[in-house]
Design a binder for this molecule. Sequence first.
Ligand code: ATP
Length: 366
Amino acid sequence: MHAIRIIGVEKNFGEVKALSNIHLEIEKGEFFTLLGPSGCGKTTLLRTIAGFCRQDKGDIYIENELINDVPAYQRNTAMVFQNYAVFPHMTVFDNVAYGLRVRKLPKEVIAQKVKTALRSVHLEGFEQRTPDKLSGGQQQRVGLARAMAIEPRVLLFDEPLSNLDAKLRIEMREEIKAVQKSLGITSIYVTHDQEEALVISDRIAVMNQGRIQQIGKPWEIYRDPLNTFVANFVGKINMLTLKLGPSAGLGYREASLGNITLHVPAHGTEQLDSIIVAFRPEDVVEVRSTDRRNTITGSLRTVSFMGSVARFEVDVEGQILTIDRHRPRETDIPPIHSQVVFSVPPESVLLFDPVSGKRLGKGDRS
Ligand code: ATP
């Protein structure tokens, strides 16, 4: 049984198509993320599942129950908000107990459930504090404990970490993931932060302009993007539009731009004159000479030292490409404006149709 099924959901706000033809199935216990840029419709979809917003078309099921007409408070979902949404005048205990008291549970049961929820977010001993005496991270833990305490069928997270500083965000995302896995509550998480999505999710739906572009495990989304939008949105990627030329033999074809000539897999390119060649900064190999196949030469523009890698921006035929040098040493970094030669291994190249933006040889949901 799916925990959640969404079939053909549409939502318009006047002229704005906030959600178009959304189909989703989420498994029980799954940590599922809606990822996309501002305005892509992810919050609208989350709010529609919660019951705060009514879809114009389509059906939503929670555990096989059609909930289109079930009011939010009867859906047995719980939301963790961006702005914590803890009640400032109530103690931590009362905040977490809130939903349990609404459900009129016996006092001892409430005490036990609050204790369990606070233990799982590491806030034992904070029961009598008020939120003004808590840090942002602790307030968000109270929000999480309050949502979990009612043992909802689905936990919904609306960018819960966006008000926290960078270090705390990383700590909290680990914690949310650990708590979610230990309780096994089906969770839907909204974020525009692609790194957060990769780290925290079992599966991700990447959205753009109200449509799902791709659904997959973090590895699939990053390594096997179905279109240029997903490839660009998740992680850094280089894209060059090259003119397709003659066969290079052995199932390859030449593709060129100015002084660059690359060999790309011929399969699927038969009808095309040009092609988008894409590769990740970490996949290129710096080389000493241009003798190797698939080399690109450019002029070094900037170097950003990022700890585990040094990220080079290289001007290639007037376009800026990004390449990463692994395990960088300060003394080995070439001077700015010097020539950098690197090769792009054919197996790490992704090819896209320049008109539709779709990956060659792959289906596409968009
Ligand atoms: P963000 O990350 O900025 O919150 P989002 O991906 O969550 O963005 P939504 O908030 O779902 O996007 O909005 C999707 C589209 O619908 C946007 O164009 C937005 O302006 C529009 N929209 C959302 N809610 C309303 C509303 N109540 N009235 C009118 N338009 C709305």
